[in-house]
Design a protein around this ligand. Structure first.
Ligand SMILES: Cc1ncc(COP(=O)(O)O)c(C=O)c1O
Length: 449
Protein backbone atom coordinates (compact mmCIF):
# COMPACT_ATOMS: atom_id res chain seq x y z
CA UNK A 1 0.00 0.00 0.00
CA UNK A 2 1.39 3.33 -1.01
CA UNK A 3 1.07 6.66 0.75
CA UNK A 4 -0.61 8.67 -2.03
CA UNK A 5 -4.38 9.18 -1.59
CA UNK A 6 -6.27 11.23 -4.18
CA UNK A 7 -9.93 11.46 -3.15
CA UNK A 8 -11.19 14.48 -5.11
CA UNK A 9 -10.59 16.06 -8.44
CA UNK A 10 -7.47 18.25 -8.23
CA UNK A 11 -7.81 20.95 -7.06
CA UNK A 12 -10.57 19.81 -4.71
CA UNK A 13 -13.51 22.02 -3.71
CA UNK A 14 -11.89 23.45 -0.58
CA UNK A 15 -8.68 24.31 -2.44
CA UNK A 16 -10.73 25.96 -5.21
CA UNK A 17 -12.63 28.06 -2.67
CA UNK A 18 -9.38 29.10 -1.01
CA UNK A 19 -7.90 30.01 -4.39
CA UNK A 20 -10.80 32.41 -4.98
CA UNK A 21 -10.12 34.07 -1.60
CA UNK A 22 -6.39 34.06 -2.35
CA UNK A 23 -7.00 35.86 -5.67
CA UNK A 24 -8.89 38.60 -3.88
CA UNK A 25 -6.50 39.00 -0.94
CA UNK A 26 -2.97 38.19 -2.14
CA UNK A 27 -1.01 39.81 -5.01
CA UNK A 28 -0.80 37.82 -8.24
CA UNK A 29 2.99 38.34 -8.22
CA UNK A 30 3.20 35.42 -5.81
CA UNK A 31 3.06 32.31 -7.95
CA UNK A 32 2.14 28.73 -6.95
CA UNK A 33 3.54 25.58 -8.51
CA UNK A 34 0.42 23.60 -7.63
CA UNK A 35 -3.20 24.73 -7.11
CA UNK A 36 -3.88 22.92 -3.82
CA UNK A 37 -3.69 24.25 -0.26
CA UNK A 38 -1.75 22.49 2.48
CA UNK A 39 -3.48 21.32 5.66
CA UNK A 40 -0.74 19.23 7.28
CA UNK A 41 2.55 17.49 6.54
CA UNK A 42 4.36 14.55 8.02
CA UNK A 43 7.61 12.91 6.93
CA UNK A 44 7.55 12.93 3.12
CA UNK A 45 3.79 13.48 2.82
CA UNK A 46 1.66 16.59 2.54
CA UNK A 47 -2.13 16.49 3.02
CA UNK A 48 -4.26 19.16 1.37
CA UNK A 49 -7.42 20.80 2.72
CA UNK A 50 -9.57 18.30 0.79
CA UNK A 51 -7.86 15.32 2.42
CA UNK A 52 -5.71 14.36 -0.57
CA UNK A 53 -2.28 13.00 0.38
CA UNK A 54 0.75 13.70 -1.81
CA UNK A 55 4.39 12.68 -1.78
CA UNK A 56 6.41 15.85 -1.42
CA UNK A 57 9.16 15.93 -4.04
CA UNK A 58 9.62 19.69 -3.63
CA UNK A 59 10.31 19.97 0.11
CA UNK A 60 9.10 23.57 0.19
CA UNK A 61 11.85 24.42 -2.38
CA UNK A 62 14.57 22.39 -0.75
CA UNK A 63 13.84 23.35 2.83
CA UNK A 64 12.69 20.06 4.32
CA UNK A 65 15.77 17.84 3.95
CA UNK A 66 15.07 16.35 7.40
CA UNK A 67 11.41 15.72 6.49
CA UNK A 68 8.22 17.33 7.74
CA UNK A 69 7.55 17.29 11.46
CA UNK A 70 10.84 15.75 12.58
CA UNK A 71 10.09 14.98 16.27
CA UNK A 72 13.40 16.36 17.55
CA UNK A 73 12.87 19.63 15.67
CA UNK A 74 9.36 19.97 17.09
CA UNK A 75 10.64 19.22 20.61
CA UNK A 76 13.40 21.82 20.26
CA UNK A 77 10.91 24.42 19.02
CA UNK A 78 8.46 23.66 21.82
CA UNK A 79 11.16 23.83 24.48
CA UNK A 80 12.47 27.16 23.14
CA UNK A 81 8.96 28.66 22.70
CA UNK A 82 8.23 27.91 26.34
CA UNK A 83 11.38 29.77 27.42
CA UNK A 84 11.29 32.79 25.07
CA UNK A 85 10.41 33.41 21.42
CA UNK A 86 12.29 36.65 20.85
CA UNK A 87 14.46 39.16 22.65
CA UNK A 88 16.52 40.37 19.67
CA UNK A 89 20.18 39.31 19.53
CA UNK A 90 21.11 42.99 19.10
CA UNK A 91 19.35 43.81 22.37
CA UNK A 92 19.86 40.81 24.59
CA UNK A 93 22.09 38.03 23.24
CA UNK A 94 21.53 34.33 23.95
CA UNK A 95 23.72 31.25 23.94
CA UNK A 96 22.05 29.25 21.14
CA UNK A 97 23.08 31.85 18.53
CA UNK A 98 26.70 31.57 19.61
CA UNK A 99 26.79 27.79 19.80
CA UNK A 100 25.16 27.56 16.36
CA UNK A 101 27.81 29.92 14.96
CA UNK A 102 30.49 27.74 16.58
CA UNK A 103 29.02 24.55 15.11
CA UNK A 104 28.71 25.99 11.60
CA UNK A 105 32.26 27.34 11.72
CA UNK A 106 33.49 23.86 12.63
CA UNK A 107 31.37 22.12 9.96
CA UNK A 108 32.01 24.44 7.02
CA UNK A 109 35.08 24.02 4.80
CA UNK A 110 38.32 25.74 5.83
CA UNK A 111 40.47 25.35 8.95
CA UNK A 112 40.89 29.14 9.36
CA UNK A 113 39.10 31.19 12.06
CA UNK A 114 35.48 31.90 11.06
CA UNK A 115 32.55 33.95 12.29
CA UNK A 116 28.86 33.65 11.42
CA UNK A 117 26.06 36.15 10.94
CA UNK A 118 22.45 34.95 11.02
CA UNK A 119 19.68 36.60 9.02
CA UNK A 120 16.20 35.57 7.88
CA UNK A 121 16.44 34.57 4.23
CA UNK A 122 18.82 33.55 1.50
CA UNK A 123 18.46 36.91 -0.23
CA UNK A 124 19.27 38.78 2.96
CA UNK A 125 22.34 36.60 3.49
CA UNK A 126 23.55 37.33 -0.06
CA UNK A 127 23.02 41.07 0.55
CA UNK A 128 25.14 40.87 3.68
CA UNK A 129 27.86 38.75 2.09
CA UNK A 130 28.28 41.30 -0.71
CA UNK A 131 28.24 44.19 1.78
CA UNK A 132 30.96 42.46 3.82
CA UNK A 133 33.04 41.82 0.68
CA UNK A 134 32.71 45.44 -0.41
CA UNK A 135 33.69 46.63 3.04
CA UNK A 136 36.74 44.35 3.14
CA UNK A 137 38.06 45.22 -0.32
CA UNK A 138 36.88 48.79 -0.77
CA UNK A 139 35.80 47.68 -4.25
CA UNK A 140 32.29 48.11 -5.66
CA UNK A 141 31.94 45.36 -8.28
CA UNK A 142 30.43 41.89 -8.20
CA UNK A 143 30.98 39.14 -10.73
CA UNK A 144 28.06 36.77 -11.11
CA UNK A 145 26.79 34.18 -13.57
CA UNK A 146 24.24 33.71 -16.32
CA UNK A 147 21.35 31.57 -15.06
CA UNK A 148 22.27 32.31 -11.44
CA UNK A 149 19.64 33.04 -8.82
CA UNK A 150 20.42 34.73 -5.52
CA UNK A 151 17.10 36.11 -4.25
CA UNK A 152 14.56 38.85 -4.69
CA UNK A 153 15.90 41.86 -2.77
CA UNK A 154 17.42 44.52 -5.01
CA UNK A 155 21.12 43.70 -4.60
CA UNK A 156 20.46 39.94 -4.75
CA UNK A 157 18.21 40.53 -7.77
CA UNK A 158 20.95 42.59 -9.42
CA UNK A 159 23.19 39.50 -9.41
CA UNK A 160 20.33 37.23 -10.50
CA UNK A 161 20.08 36.54 -14.19
CA UNK A 162 16.49 35.73 -15.16
CA UNK A 163 14.38 38.70 -16.30
CA UNK A 164 10.81 37.34 -16.28
CA UNK A 165 9.40 36.99 -13.75
CA UNK A 166 12.07 37.97 -11.21
CA UNK A 167 13.38 41.28 -12.54
CA UNK A 168 10.55 42.44 -14.77
CA UNK A 169 9.70 46.06 -14.01
CA UNK A 170 11.85 46.27 -10.88
CA UNK A 171 14.89 48.18 -12.20
CA UNK A 172 17.14 50.06 -12.05
CA UNK A 173 19.45 47.50 -10.55
CA UNK A 174 22.79 47.91 -8.81
CA UNK A 175 25.59 48.90 -11.17
CA UNK A 176 29.11 47.38 -11.26
CA UNK A 177 27.76 43.91 -11.91
CA UNK A 178 29.74 41.80 -14.39
CA UNK A 179 27.88 38.70 -15.59
CA UNK A 180 29.59 35.77 -17.29
CA UNK A 181 28.39 32.37 -18.55
CA UNK A 182 28.28 29.50 -16.05
CA UNK A 183 29.67 26.04 -16.82
CA UNK A 184 26.34 25.01 -18.33
CA UNK A 185 27.84 22.34 -20.61
CA UNK A 186 24.52 21.30 -22.20
CA UNK A 187 24.09 24.89 -23.42
CA UNK A 188 27.70 26.03 -23.50
CA UNK A 189 27.89 29.74 -24.35
CA UNK A 190 31.21 29.13 -26.11
CA UNK A 191 29.93 26.06 -27.99
CA UNK A 192 32.83 24.15 -26.48
CA UNK A 193 32.90 20.53 -25.28
CA UNK A 194 34.03 19.40 -21.86
CA UNK A 195 36.70 18.14 -21.11
CA UNK A 196 38.55 19.27 -24.24
CA UNK A 197 37.48 22.88 -23.52
CA UNK A 198 39.63 22.83 -20.36
CA UNK A 199 37.21 25.28 -18.78
CA UNK A 200 37.06 27.93 -21.51
CA UNK A 201 34.29 29.53 -19.46
CA UNK A 202 36.72 30.28 -16.62
CA UNK A 203 39.53 31.42 -18.93
CA UNK A 204 37.12 33.77 -20.67
CA UNK A 205 36.62 35.66 -17.41
CA UNK A 206 40.17 37.01 -17.78
CA UNK A 207 39.09 38.30 -21.19
CA UNK A 208 36.06 39.97 -19.60
CA UNK A 209 38.48 41.66 -17.18
CA UNK A 210 40.20 43.19 -20.20
CA UNK A 211 37.02 44.19 -22.04
CA UNK A 212 34.50 45.12 -19.37
CA UNK A 213 35.82 45.49 -15.84
CA UNK A 214 39.17 45.97 -14.15
CA UNK A 215 39.46 43.06 -11.68
CA UNK A 216 40.80 45.56 -9.14
CA UNK A 217 37.24 46.97 -9.01
CA UNK A 218 35.65 43.58 -8.28
CA UNK A 219 34.94 42.89 -4.61
CA UNK A 220 33.39 39.45 -4.96
CA UNK A 221 32.53 36.53 -7.17
CA UNK A 222 29.11 35.16 -6.21
CA UNK A 223 28.53 31.63 -7.41
CA UNK A 224 26.24 28.67 -6.80
CA UNK A 225 28.19 25.37 -6.75
CA UNK A 226 25.23 23.83 -8.62
CA UNK A 227 22.69 26.19 -10.23
CA UNK A 228 19.38 25.83 -8.39
CA UNK A 229 16.64 27.97 -9.92
CA UNK A 230 18.75 28.14 -13.09
CA UNK A 231 18.01 24.46 -13.78
CA UNK A 232 20.07 22.19 -11.52
CA UNK A 233 23.12 22.75 -13.67
CA UNK A 234 26.03 20.70 -12.35
CA UNK A 235 29.41 22.04 -13.44
CA UNK A 236 32.24 19.58 -14.07
CA UNK A 237 34.42 18.91 -11.06
CA UNK A 238 37.27 21.39 -10.98
CA UNK A 239 35.14 24.36 -12.06
CA UNK A 240 34.72 25.81 -8.60
CA UNK A 241 38.39 25.34 -7.70
CA UNK A 242 39.38 27.18 -10.88
CA UNK A 243 37.09 30.04 -9.92
CA UNK A 244 38.65 30.04 -6.45
CA UNK A 245 42.13 30.28 -8.03
CA UNK A 246 40.96 33.18 -10.23
CA UNK A 247 39.68 34.96 -7.11
CA UNK A 248 42.99 34.45 -5.31
CA UNK A 249 44.90 35.79 -8.34
CA UNK A 250 42.97 39.03 -8.29
CA UNK A 251 42.32 39.52 -4.57
CA UNK A 252 38.59 38.92 -5.10
CA UNK A 253 36.44 37.46 -2.33
CA UNK A 254 34.76 34.17 -3.20
CA UNK A 255 31.15 34.00 -2.01
CA UNK A 256 29.68 30.53 -2.48
CA UNK A 257 25.88 30.55 -2.42
CA UNK A 258 24.86 27.24 -0.85
CA UNK A 259 21.27 28.30 -0.19
CA UNK A 260 19.84 25.48 -2.32
CA UNK A 261 22.79 23.07 -2.41
CA UNK A 262 23.45 23.34 1.31
CA UNK A 263 22.59 21.09 4.12
CA UNK A 264 23.25 17.73 2.61
CA UNK A 265 21.38 17.99 -0.65
CA UNK A 266 24.41 17.01 -2.73
CA UNK A 267 25.72 14.24 -0.48
CA UNK A 268 28.08 16.56 1.38
CA UNK A 269 26.94 19.12 3.91
CA UNK A 270 28.07 21.83 1.46
CA UNK A 271 28.45 21.27 -2.28
CA UNK A 272 31.74 23.18 -2.51
CA UNK A 273 33.31 20.32 -0.54
CA UNK A 274 33.09 18.20 -3.71
CA UNK A 275 35.72 20.51 -5.23
CA UNK A 276 37.71 20.97 -2.00
CA UNK A 277 36.97 24.68 -2.18
CA UNK A 278 37.12 26.78 0.97
CA UNK A 279 35.03 29.89 0.29
CA UNK A 280 35.92 33.21 1.91
CA UNK A 281 32.20 33.64 2.60
CA UNK A 282 29.66 30.82 2.49
CA UNK A 283 25.94 31.53 2.41
CA UNK A 284 23.46 28.93 3.57
CA UNK A 285 19.72 28.89 4.37
CA UNK A 286 16.71 26.68 3.44
CA UNK A 287 17.26 23.22 4.99
CA UNK A 288 19.48 24.71 7.70
CA UNK A 289 16.50 25.14 10.02
CA UNK A 290 13.79 22.78 8.71
CA UNK A 291 11.31 25.47 7.77
CA UNK A 292 12.18 28.15 10.34
CA UNK A 293 13.38 31.32 8.60
CA UNK A 294 17.14 31.24 9.07
CA UNK A 295 20.09 31.99 6.81
CA UNK A 296 23.76 32.34 7.60
CA UNK A 297 26.86 34.03 6.26
CA UNK A 298 29.81 31.97 7.48
CA UNK A 299 33.14 33.57 6.69
CA UNK A 300 36.75 34.31 7.41
CA UNK A 301 36.84 36.06 10.76
CA UNK A 302 38.88 39.01 9.52
CA UNK A 303 36.34 39.72 6.74
CA UNK A 304 33.30 39.22 8.95
CA UNK A 305 34.78 41.60 11.52
CA UNK A 306 35.19 44.42 8.99
CA UNK A 307 31.87 46.26 9.37
CA UNK A 308 31.67 48.51 12.45
CA UNK A 309 29.54 47.64 15.46
CA UNK A 310 25.90 47.98 14.40
CA UNK A 311 26.85 47.73 10.71
CA UNK A 312 25.25 44.29 10.49
CA UNK A 313 22.02 43.02 11.98
CA UNK A 314 18.23 43.02 11.82
CA UNK A 315 15.34 42.54 14.21
CA UNK A 316 14.76 38.84 13.71
CA UNK A 317 18.11 37.50 12.44
CA UNK A 318 19.10 34.36 14.33
CA UNK A 319 15.76 34.22 16.09
CA UNK A 320 15.92 31.77 19.04
CA UNK A 321 13.26 29.47 17.57
CA UNK A 322 15.15 29.28 14.29
CA UNK A 323 18.43 28.62 16.13
CA UNK A 324 16.79 25.85 18.17
CA UNK A 325 15.49 24.21 14.99
CA UNK A 326 18.92 24.50 13.34
CA UNK A 327 20.63 22.84 16.31
CA UNK A 328 18.16 19.94 16.01
CA UNK A 329 18.87 19.73 12.26
CA UNK A 330 22.64 19.61 12.87
CA UNK A 331 22.08 16.82 15.41
CA UNK A 332 20.16 14.86 12.78
CA UNK A 333 23.02 15.23 10.29
CA UNK A 334 25.67 14.26 12.84
CA UNK A 335 25.68 10.49 12.19
CA UNK A 336 26.31 10.96 8.46
CA UNK A 337 23.32 8.75 7.56
CA UNK A 338 21.37 11.57 5.87
CA UNK A 339 24.38 12.39 3.70
CA UNK A 340 24.69 8.73 2.68
CA UNK A 341 20.95 8.69 1.89
CA UNK A 342 21.37 11.81 -0.21
CA UNK A 343 23.71 9.98 -2.59
CA UNK A 344 21.54 6.84 -2.62
CA UNK A 345 18.34 8.82 -3.30
CA UNK A 346 20.03 10.71 -6.13
CA UNK A 347 21.32 7.60 -7.82
CA UNK A 348 17.88 5.94 -7.57
CA UNK A 349 16.22 8.99 -9.17
CA UNK A 350 18.91 9.09 -11.84
CA UNK A 351 18.38 5.42 -12.68
CA UNK A 352 14.67 6.12 -13.28
CA UNK A 353 15.48 9.25 -15.29
CA UNK A 354 17.78 7.19 -17.55
CA UNK A 355 14.81 4.88 -18.26
CA UNK A 356 12.65 7.89 -19.07
CA UNK A 357 15.38 9.11 -21.44
CA UNK A 358 15.25 5.76 -23.25
CA UNK A 359 11.49 5.92 -23.85
CA UNK A 360 10.76 9.63 -23.83
CA UNK A 361 12.17 11.91 -26.55
CA UNK A 362 11.65 14.92 -24.29
CA UNK A 363 14.60 14.12 -22.05
CA UNK A 364 17.54 16.20 -23.27
CA UNK A 365 19.92 16.09 -20.32
CA UNK A 366 20.11 14.46 -16.88
CA UNK A 367 22.26 16.14 -14.25
CA UNK A 368 23.00 15.09 -10.72
CA UNK A 369 25.10 15.81 -7.69
CA UNK A 370 23.97 13.76 -4.72
CA UNK A 371 20.19 14.02 -4.43
CA UNK A 372 20.12 17.20 -6.48
CA UNK A 373 18.79 15.80 -9.74
CA UNK A 374 17.58 17.81 -12.71
CA UNK A 375 16.03 16.48 -15.92
CA UNK A 376 16.08 19.04 -18.73
CA UNK A 377 13.33 18.62 -21.31
CA UNK A 378 13.58 19.67 -24.95
CA UNK A 379 11.23 19.39 -27.91
CA UNK A 380 14.11 18.79 -30.31
CA UNK A 381 17.44 17.19 -29.52
CA UNK A 382 19.32 19.02 -32.26
CA UNK A 383 18.12 22.54 -31.50
CA UNK A 384 17.63 21.79 -27.78
CA UNK A 385 14.47 23.92 -27.91
CA UNK A 386 13.16 24.06 -24.33
CA UNK A 387 10.01 21.99 -23.65
CA UNK A 388 8.44 24.46 -21.24
CA UNK A 389 4.81 23.47 -21.86
CA UNK A 390 5.56 19.78 -21.48
CA UNK A 391 7.46 20.46 -18.24
CA UNK A 392 4.46 22.40 -16.94
CA UNK A 393 2.22 19.52 -17.98
CA UNK A 394 4.38 17.04 -16.03
CA UNK A 395 4.24 19.21 -12.90
CA UNK A 396 0.44 19.54 -13.23
CA UNK A 397 -0.15 15.85 -13.95
CA UNK A 398 2.15 14.85 -11.09
CA UNK A 399 0.07 16.90 -8.68
CA UNK A 400 -3.17 15.39 -9.99
CA UNK A 401 -1.68 11.94 -9.42
CA UNK A 402 -0.22 12.65 -6.00
CA UNK A 403 3.32 14.01 -6.33
CA UNK A 404 4.25 17.60 -5.53
CA UNK A 405 6.93 18.59 -8.01
CA UNK A 406 8.54 21.84 -9.11
CA UNK A 407 10.32 22.95 -12.24
CA UNK A 408 13.41 25.10 -12.67
CA UNK A 409 15.54 26.63 -15.39
CA UNK A 410 15.81 29.92 -17.21
CA UNK A 411 13.45 28.38 -19.76
CA UNK A 412 11.27 26.64 -17.16
CA UNK A 413 12.06 23.28 -18.76
CA UNK A 414 13.84 21.37 -16.00
CA UNK A 415 12.11 18.92 -13.66
CA UNK A 416 13.96 19.09 -10.34
CA UNK A 417 13.93 16.80 -7.35
CA UNK A 418 14.05 18.17 -3.81
CA UNK A 419 12.60 15.28 -1.80
CA UNK A 420 13.28 15.13 1.93
CA UNK A 421 16.39 13.04 2.53
CA UNK A 422 14.34 10.93 4.94
CA UNK A 423 12.37 9.38 2.08
CA UNK A 424 12.50 5.55 1.96
CA UNK A 425 13.21 3.60 -1.22
CA UNK A 426 9.57 2.42 -1.33
CA UNK A 427 8.25 5.96 -1.02
CA UNK A 428 10.67 7.19 -3.65
CA UNK A 429 9.71 4.37 -6.03
CA UNK A 430 6.02 5.13 -5.51
CA UNK A 431 6.56 8.74 -6.56
CA UNK A 432 8.88 7.87 -9.43
CA UNK A 433 6.33 5.41 -10.81
CA UNK A 434 3.78 8.23 -10.90
CA UNK A 435 6.29 10.43 -12.68
CA UNK A 436 7.05 7.72 -15.26
CA UNK A 437 3.36 7.84 -16.24
CA UNK A 438 3.47 11.65 -16.35
CA UNK A 439 6.48 11.55 -18.70
CA UNK A 440 4.60 9.14 -20.98
CA UNK A 441 1.56 11.46 -20.99
CA UNK A 442 3.71 14.52 -21.74
CA UNK A 443 5.38 12.65 -24.60
CA UNK A 444 2.00 12.01 -26.24
CA UNK A 445 1.24 15.72 -25.78
CA UNK A 446 4.46 16.46 -27.71
CA UNK A 447 3.49 13.99 -30.43
CA UNK A 448 0.06 15.63 -30.75
CA UNK A 449 1.56 19.08 -31.34
C1 LIG B 1 20.89 29.68 -4.64
C2 LIG B 1 19.88 30.57 -3.99
N1 LIG B 1 20.29 31.72 -3.43
C3 LIG B 1 19.44 32.55 -2.81
C4 LIG B 1 18.10 32.25 -2.74
C5 LIG B 1 17.16 33.18 -2.05
O1 LIG B 1 16.73 32.62 -0.86
P1 LIG B 1 15.42 33.18 -0.14
O2 LIG B 1 14.27 32.77 -1.00
O3 LIG B 1 15.43 32.51 1.20
O4 LIG B 1 15.56 34.65 -0.06
C6 LIG B 1 17.63 31.06 -3.30
C7 LIG B 1 16.20 30.70 -3.25
O5 LIG B 1 15.71 29.81 -3.87
C8 LIG B 1 18.54 30.20 -3.94
O6 LIG B 1 18.14 29.04 -4.50
Amino acid sequence: MGLIRIRTEIPGPKSRALMRRRDAAVPRGLAHSVPVFAASADGVCVTDVDGNVYLDFAGGIGVMNVGHGAPSVIAALREQAERFAHVGFAVLPYESYISLAERLAALSPGAFPKKTLFVNSGAEAIENAIKIARHATGRPGVLCFEDGFHGRTLLALSVTSKVAPYKLGFGPFVSDVLRVPYAYCYRCAYRAEYPSCEFTCVDQIEDQFKRHADPRTIAAVVVEPVLGEGGFVVPPRGYLSRLAALCRRHGIILIVDEVQTGFGRTGRLFACEHDDVEPDLLVTAKSLAAGMPLAAVIGRAELMDGPVEGGLGGTYGGNPLACAAAHAVLDLFESGELLRRSEAIGSRIEAHARLWARDCPLVGDIRRRGAMVGVELVTNHDTRAPAKHETEAIVRLACERGVILIAAGTYGNVVRFLTPLTISDDELDEGLKVLSACFVAATSQLAAR
